[in-house]
Design a protein around this ligand. Structure first.
Ligand code: FE2
Length: 131
């Protein structure tokens, strides 16, 4: 049996265009909203075409001491130049970028999972400290 987690790849986002980049403050106040932005291809752009694009990004939070992550959000990118005239003939392209606000009473780890329709699943994480 192949487990899904064996298929999730990661790398340094500066050298691999598929790795999600999580941007937010390193330290936050307890129960105060802060913005989290997730994108990818920040250093090396990822294609956004009908044939090759990022389909979705999911964001999770694992509070310190927890055994399972909580899902913060799921962001779907559904326009990639599709058109009745053919692939990439449309004028609309959803960029693979998501932003949301969240608050937490505990420090923990943000985890992002991105899906490329050609190259599969990619993850990254970022520690957030409640001070
Ligand atoms: Fe890709």
């Amino acid at each position: 049996m192949t487990a899904l987690n064996e298929l999730i790849k990661t790398a340094d986002w500066k050298s691999e265009k598929h790795v999600p980049v999580i941007e937010c403050r390193d330290e936050v106040k307890a129960d105060e909203l802060f913005t989290v932005r997730v994108t990818l291809g920040k250093e090396i752009a990822h294609p956004n075409t009908t044939e090759h694009h990022i389909r979705w990004i999911q964001l999770y939070f694992l509070p310190d001491g927890a055994k399972a992550p909580c899902q913060i959000g799921s962001f779907e990118f559904t326009a990639h130049g599709e058109s009745a005239e053919g692939p990439n003939k449309g004028s609309l392209y959803t960029h693979h970028e998501a932003a949301t606000s969240v608050k937490t009473g505990k420090s923990g780890i943000l985890l992002a999972l991105a899906y490329c329709n050609i190259h599969g699943l990619w993850q990254s994480s970022k520690t957030v400290k409640v001070v």
